[in-house]
Design a binder for this molecule. Structure first.
Ligand code: DAH
Length: 349
């Protein structure tokens, strides 16, 4: 008796819900059958009046019916939401509600550091110059005093474009922009050249086949190594903090003579090599110094290639890796993080 009554209720409500055409009446339907004061709830409350032996069966049936009706209700709600114009549901529009904020991005950490580097040099009177990412061996090597049989060329002599008969390659450093700029301008000049560079390195925590460099070049009468030291010392202090010390270590680059590698006092242990805990500093590995760039006085041979009078002019040049500087500045331990597009990583900057 109760069973057939319940089954009838099921049939009727399913039919009813499928015919409802407005969200308002659907809400009324929900109130009538499914809410706390609804009909189904009443059936559950009345279970106590059912013959005890029948109770489990009837109880199960009521639950089943409740599920079926709830599902049909949800389904109908979805259908109506899809088909009805939005204003039917939102008759009230609160004009005082704040608007939805669009998600706002920001520059990639490498580019933030790029801009910081450029800003510092701009304040020192350097202009910004650009060169192509696809270079010719002449600009990437020869004019920088790296002849085709030079051993230092092996490590970068790569990434030639297909079908160009080794006449075009992805640049392995930003130094070719020195040549292009000197061909274009007469001294005195002061430029920096930011950009992408490419090398045949397997990706690891410290190497990546594509990264960014900033090249620098200053040419004038009487430019000396002291100017180089002064400019780079200011740069390092601006970039890493006033307390930063710099160290110039003799080195070799074919396009500079003399050449120097520049180190800064370790940003983590402040040159101590040890942490306060007594542990060896893991960033500088106990050395107290971190290498950050290559530099030197422009080689007379390079001036010869661009037809500058090397008796009259001298100059200095330098080149630094932007990822490396970002990693040191922000304590990032894996260069691959820059290209993996993890928002959790990027949103920290
Ligand atoms: N081009 C060098 C490199 O990629 C960096 C460099 C060293 C640039 C010395 C310079 C320089 O201008 O003077 O490793």
């Amino acid at each position: 008796m109760l069973e057939s009554e319940l089954n009838q209720l099921k049939e009727e409500t399913l039919k009813e819900v499928s015919q409802i055409g407005t969200i308002d009446s659907l809400r009324q339907f929900e109130h009538k059958y499914l809410s706390r004061s609804g009909l189904i709830r009443q059936f559950i409350q009345n279970l106590s009046t059912v013959e005890p032996s029948e109770r489990p069966k009837i109880g199960r049936l009521i639950n089943q019916i409740k599920t079926v009706i709830s599902e049909a209700y949800e389904e109908q709600l979805k259908t109506l939401r899809r088909t009805l114009p939005a204003q039917e549901e939102q008759t009230f529009f609160d004009t005082t509600m704040p608007g939805k904020k669009p998600a706002r991005g920001h520059y990639h950490p490498v580019y933030q550091v790029f801009f910081q580097i450029c800003d510092i040099f701009k304040r020192l009177g350097f202009d910004i110059a650009y060169g192509p990412e696809i270079e010719t061996p002449y600009y990437n090597f020869e004019a920088l005093n790296v002849p085709s049989d030079h051993p230092s060329r092996d490590a970068f002599d790569t990434f030639y474009l297909a079908d160009t008969n080794h006449s075009q390659l992805l640049r392995s450093h930003t130094s070719p922009v020195q040549i292009r700029t000197m061909q274009r301008l007469k001294p005195p000049l002061r430029i920096i050249a930011p950009g992408k560079v490419f090398r045949p390195d397997t990706a690891s925590a410290s190497r990546f086949p594509m990264f960014h460099q900033v090249e620098g070049l200053m040419v004038d009468t009487n430019v000396s190594f002291s100017h180089l030291k002064g400019v780079l010392d200011i740069f390092c202090k601006e970039m890493f903090g006033k307390e930063t010390k710099t160290r110039f270590r003799p080195s070799f680059f074919p396009f500079t003579e003399p050449s120097a590698e520049v180190d800064i006092s370790c940003v983590i242990c402040h040159g101590q090599g040890r942490l306060n805990s007594g542990d060896t500093c893991s960033v500088c590995r106990g050395d107290g110094w971190l290498e950050i760039l290559g530099s030197g006085m422009v080689h007379p041979e390079v001036f010869r290639y661009v037809k500058y009078n090397h008796e009259k002019y001298t100059g200095f040049a330098f080149g630094m890796g932007v990822e490396r500087i970002s990693m040191l500045k922000y304590g990032i331990n894996d260069i691959r993080l820059f290209t993996e597009n993890h928002l959790m990583f990027l949103e920290q900057f």
